[in-house]
Design a protein around this ligand. Structure first.
Ligand SMILES: [Zn+2]
Ligand SMILES: [Zn+2]
Length: 165
């Protein structure tokens, strides 16, 4: 990432992906973040802007937020937007170059609430940068794309799921 949350320049294949890892109280380090290979419904997104959420700050200052305790190094970063770099073989709604905003809330997409579109109430809801799910403060992240639609910069596009299961 460059100044102001903007990243400059393309990330070449084989280039090491870096991320902001929370290692302890007030201890944040930029370290390699290896992404697993893409599955058929996954997309790889080059981050262009990442928000620092209040929860990120809580974790940085205390390594915990309510019942969520950081026990292992974790990548921070919540709300984010970027450009699709690669899509899995089963992804038909997004193509490399699409600009997307990523939903930081990760739901199951199988329960009735999710199917009705009220995924924010999903009992299995997880969030970026909430243990054990890594966040998005990285050059690139992997997401599982349940459904997606390319619209335009900063328009919410439903690109969903975790970085590393
Ligand atoms: Zn947030
Ligand atoms: Zn659900």
């Amino acid at each position: 990432m460059g100044k102001g949350g903007q990243s400059h320049g393309e990330i070449k294949d084989g280039e090491e992906n870096m991320a902001a890892w929370l290692l302890g109280v007030n201890n944040l380090k930029i370290q390699p973040f290896t992404l697993p290979p893409l599955g058929p419904n996954d997309v790889r997104v080059r981050m262009k802007a990442v928000g620092i959420c209040g929860s990120d700050v809580h974790f940085l200052k205390a390594m915990r937020l309510a019942d969520f305790i950081v026990k292992e190094p974790m990548v921070l970063g919540h709300e984010c937007a970027g450009i699709i770099e690669e899509v899995g073989s089963g992804v038909s709604t997004l193509v490399p170059g699409d600009r997307v905003a990523l939903e930081p809330g990760i739901s199951c997409w199988r329960c009735n609430l999710c199917i009705e579109g009220r995924y924010n109430l999903c009992p299995e809801m997880k969030f970026f940068a909430t243990p054990p799910v890594h966040g998005s403060l990285a050059n690139q992240v992997k997401q599982n794309c349940i459904f997606g639609e390319s619209i335009s910069w900063f328009v919410n596009v439903y690109v969903l799921w975790s970085i590393q299961d």
